[in-house]
Structure formats: structure tokens, C-alpha cells
Write a protein that binds this ligand. Sequence first.
Ligand code: NAD
Length: 473
Amino acid sequence: MSQTLNVKNPRTGEVDYTIEALDASEVASLAARLRGTQGEWLLRGLKGRGDALLALAASLENHANAIIAALEIDTGRKTIASQEVMGVIGSLRGWTQLAPMLMPKPEWTQGRMKPNFKHQNDYIPYALVGVISPWNFPMTLSFIDAIPALMAGACVMIKPSEVTPRFADAVSKAIEEAGLSDVISFAQGGGATGAALVDNVDCVCFTGSVATGRKVALSAAENLIPANLELGGKDPMIITASADLDKAAELALRASVLATGQACQSIERVYVPSEHYDNFLDKLVSKAEAVKLNYPDISQGHIGPFIFNKQADIVAGQIKDAVTKGARVLTGGEILTHGGGRWLRPTVIADVTHAMNIMVEETFGPVVPVMAYDGIEHAINLANDTSFGLSGAVYAGTIEEAHEIGQHINAGAISLMDGALTGQYFEAGKQSFKNSGLGPSRMGANGFLRFFRQKAYIANTVCPLTIDDFAET
Ligand code: NAD
């Protein structure tokens, strides 16, 4: 039976919304409805699907104000709410151009191992792709995998986070207006609905925590379906002795505290040459103190509240652990309650070590822990001393120097001369290292090609062998 779930407003702490969580049988019915139209969707071809997705982009534009308003309540922030909607519209337009260029052309190739054979491939999309998304970028992470899957010819079921579900109702109206309700649909609900989705799709794309990712991977294995997992990170940034320290402090701050630090790809630990440590910290603290909370007016300031109340306690616990073990909080550090929401000013922490949770666990808050290093090898060892491998960053004197150092960092994507670029749409492939995920890249060509199975045609160009050719002589 479906269940009513309460949803809190992050700016007020009040429950002001509810969703009806789909139960397992409702998820199965929705899956059957989407599967029922997939054949027709596939028959439209790349051009027809592209035109339909361009119509969806136009429809999202028509509904943008309502979607942005819902996202603002979901996340307690304004500029990023609008950027999320515009980003999805841009991604729809981008994939409709890119997909035809990436689609392999069916052609016969002559065998090299067996010259009498010739081969051809078909590319058959998974009929139904399931997307499970987290609460930190609700719209972006619901569509980042869905759009290339749709272009490939799959139908898509999206389960948004139960923490930030409001935007989905507004988006559904745009989907309906574009005539795509039987091709793409939301399944609202919490963990149980997500688990049911995995049982009913042919391929799952999950973005979320390592703990839930493991459950999704186990369930996908039981169902023998591929799991694309985009999980947590503890992204390092290395600043070199040749870097412009003022710019380095500016971008370390932005890359750490943007979106209140609630980004998997945000910078979570900064390594600075010991001879520049105090100077860097002075610059960082003065820049951090200039950052404003977007309270009381959501239209003013830089960073919003914690979206998910529980995160404030986790971050407070990490700060307390660091201080107990000898770290110094140079600015910020106190969870504030304003208007019922929970907030944290940008927090700079010095004298941290890898014995502290703040340097090894994921931190979903605007916290910049800074550690000194002696020699670049030391910095690289520290950057790689982690169970994660999502992404990282290097800020140096030149791109070439940053690139050289980036080659030694064990992570799926490296921002050079910037930080957290990996959280934006880009067109090079990347795969997570260690606990940060599993599966092909969601960016670049594989972002599209991973939604196809390859089907081979093997043609014998000469007389087939007979059983006598295998006789035990
Ligand atoms: P979460 O793992 O708690 O939840 C993610 C989604 O999984 C939600 O929709 C939730 O309802 C669903 N879910 C819960 N239990 C499930 C189950 N048993 N089966 C299927 N689905 C289930 O994560 P969160 O707290 O919403 O998001 C924060 C996490 O997401 C952080 O760890 C962050 O690093 C990660 N993240 C990763 C990326 C990336 O690209 N790698 C991007 C954003 C966020």
C-alpha cells in the first residue's frame, strides 16, 4: 500500500509538503506502462526522439518559473535552482546534437582472426532505465543520466529523493505537455520505492551515498542488470608553491562552499606548501568571512541552509572530532538556526590531520580543512590517502605543471587550474576510482553508449563446417 511521506522545508524546518510513496506493485505497474510504449519510442529513431526531446526542452522553458519556484523550496537556494533548470534544458539540446554523431553506423567488417567471417553490430537499448537521484541537485541528477538514455531509445523511470520531491510535480506538467508521459515518468517515494525500481528496470543509474550504492549494487546483481553508480567523494585540492596564492584561496573557497558544500564533487580538503600555509590561511579566512548566508532574503547572499537537516549534525560531529584532536577553527564552525532552518557559515579549519574524520569522511557542508605539505610527493600521497576516488583538483603556476601533478592523483576526473569543474557538464569520459562508484562514464561518448547492448551478426562467407570437420582423428 502506498504511504504518505512528510517533506520538510529546509528554510523553515517545517513540514509543508507530502508525497504519496509508490509501493512495489505501483512501481511494477508504472514499469509495465513505460515498457508498453518503448517499442514505439524506439521506432521514432534518433531524429524523432531528438525532436521529441527538443519539444520537452521548450516545454520545460514554458514551465521554468514553476519548476524553479519548487526547486527553491526543495533546496532553499535561488540561483542554483535556476541554473539546474537551464542546465537540463541545455543538456537536452546538447544530447540531441551529440547522439547522432556518437551512434555507431552499421557496417560489415571482415574477420582478422577468422577471415571467412564478416561481422556487423546492432545496438539495442535497454527497454527501461531506472534513475535514482539524491537531494543535493534534485533536477540535475534526475536528468543527467535520463536524457542520454532517452536518446538511446529507452523509456525512463526516475525516483527523486524523498527529501526534495517538489520539483518533480512541476516537471511532470512539462513532460505531459510535451506528450512524453508514457516515455518518462517519476516514481515518488523513499528507499522502498527505490528498491522496487531496481527490481523492475533493465539498467539502473544511481547517484547517492556509498552505503545505499552498495545496496543498489547487490540488488542489481540479484536482478542481473547493470548498475551505474555515482557515489560519494572526499575531493582533494593541491595548491603548489608556484601558484598565485590569492587566486588559489578564492577558488578553494568557491569550490568548497558553493551549494553549502552539499556537492559530491566539491573540494573537501586543501593541501598547501608549508612555507605558504599561514599566508594562505589569512587570505582564505578573509574571503570566507565575506561570504553571506542567503538569509533572511533568499535573493541576497551566497549560500543556503542545509537541505537535509540530519547533515548539520553529521558536519557538527566532524568539526567537534577535529577540534578534540587538535585542529583550530579559524572562522565559522557553529551550526546556526535561523527561521527554523539550519545553517553554517564557511568554516576554515587549520592544523588538521588524516586521523580526523573531517579529512577522511565525506563532508556535506561548507567546510575547508587545510593541511600543510613538504614537497609535492608528500602532497600527492596525502591526496591519495583516501577510500574515495571521485575527483580532485590542482592549482599550480601553469596548466602543464597542474597536469603533471594531476596524473598522479587516483581519481576519475581532475580539475586543472580550478576546482570542482567535475561537477559541471563536460565532454571527456570519467570513471570513479575506489568507493566512489562503478560503471562506465556518464560524461563523454559512454554517457550515451552505455545504454545499448551490442548485438553481433556473424556471417560465414564460405561453406559451413560439418560435424566431420570436428571428428576425433
Ligand atoms: P542516499 O544514498 O541517502 O539516497 C539517494 C537515493 O537513494 C534517494 O533517492 C533515496 O530515496 C534512494 N534510496 C534509499 N535507499 C534505497 C534502497 N535501498 N534502494 C534504492 N534506492 C534507495 O544519498 P543522499 O543523501 O540523497 O545524497 C547524498 C549522497 O549522494 C552523497 O554521498 C553524495 O556524495 C552523493 N552524490 C554523488 C554524486 C556523484 O555524481 N558521484 C552526485 C551527487 C551526490
